[in-house]
Design a protein around this ligand. Structure first.
Ligand code: ADP
Ligand code: MG
Length: 312
């Protein structure tokens, strides 16, 4: 049987739900459940590459450094991103290996550095809130001490904003591709990858955040995936989301997706990047994008639920 090549992008709640505290036990339990779904897809004949978000985990690490600042030097955001790739990658390597049992497949996490353009205009305009909330006084101090951009987050307190530039490629591209082609299950570009610039042959970590959906579509193109499966916490994409006029979508073509994106049905920071990355993936040779929840993934790939996006 020819294996179907698929990139699976896991949203936040595949690892940690909004209502949970984030204990290791909770995260391991979620990862185990997610891994069971992944292995079910592998047994169906899919060759999978995995990527995942890291928002809550990186938030916790920043909070921990903030509370421990009297005793420990805080690490910059790129280093915190690397920490989350390690911890989440480990949880998946352990869980997947336990569930794969008889299936002969190595599971390997590639600590991934995502290349961004040092001249990317997004770098001049921080938009993504991260880390703990501060008081107005603390915010003022941090602006002076560290040069951070800090803004009031919807009246909830002050939060650091970092830029979200566009990913251009991955430093570890070649080894990701080699491991993928040899049949291994590769976990890569977690949290969108660690943002780095490459200037005069020299890499430099940058304190910003790459949208994991954009990195996922780039990774899917790189490994030559036929399908991009985006798992999030809704079963389908909707028009007029969360209003009385809401209509769930079963099927979209690339041009319909673009039309609705332009009309503002998919907001930045949540559904917008998923639809945009779906369009990019189809543009660069991908065959099909499915957006659905973890629980519905199996049925959605058979076309029975979820939202499927294809070329016109
Ligand atoms: P993830 O962790 O999977 O990236 P996000 O919260 O970033 O999750 O994006 C998924 C969320 O997008 C959904 O939970 C839903 O609340 C929101 N959303 C916004 N617009 C839409 C839409 N048009 N259709 C479906 N969901 C939408
Ligand atoms: Mg998201």
């Amino acid at each position: 049987m020819k294996k179907r090549n698929m990139l699976v992008s896991l949203g936040g709640n595949a690892i940690l739900k909004h209502t949970e505290k984030g204990t290791a036990k909770e995260q391991f339990e979620n990862v185990k459940k997610t891994s069971e779904y992944i292995v079910k897809l592998i047994s169906e004949g899919y060759h999978i590459t995995l990527t995942h978000g890291n928002g809550p985990q990186v938030g916790d690490i920043l909070l921990a450094y903030d509370h421990a600042k009297e005793y420990l030097p805080p690490m910059p955001l790129d280093v915190c991103g690397a920490q989350t790739q390690g911890m989440i990658g480990y949880m998946f390597q352990l869980s997947l290996k336990n569930i794969l049992k008889g299936i002969d497949k190595s599971v390997v996490t590639i600590l991934t550095q995502t290349i961004i353009n040092p001249e990317d205009p997004h770098l001049e305009n921080p938009t993504k809130p991260i880390g703990p909330f501060y008081t107005a006084f603390e915010a003022d101090q941090l602006r002076k001490e560290k040069g951070w951009t800090i803004k009031n987050d919807n009246g909830k307190g002050y939060r650091r904003l970092v830029p979200s530039p566009i990913p251009l490629g991955f430093v570890e591209e070649k080894c990701i591709k080699t491991l993928h082609d040899s049949g291994d299950l590769v976990i890569a570009s977690g949290g969108g990858g660690i943002p780095v610039t490459l200037k005069d042959g020299k890499l430099q970590g940058i304190e910003c955040v790459i949208d994991k959906d954009y990195a996922a579509s780039l990774m899917a193109t790189l490994v030559g995936a036929e399908i991009l499966l985006i798992l999030t916490d809704v079963e389908k994409i909707s028009l007029y989301y969360s209003t009385p006029r809401e209509v769930a979508l079963d099927h979209l073509t690339k041009s319909q997706a673009l039309k609705y994106l332009r009309k503002g049905h998919f907001p930045p920071g949540s559904m917008g990047p998923k639809v945009k990355s779906a369009i990019d993936f189809l543009e660069y040779g991908g065959k099909k994008v499915v957006v659905t929840s973890l629980e519905s993934a199996y049925d959605a790939l058979k076309g029975n639920t979820g939202t499927t996006i294809v070329n016109d």
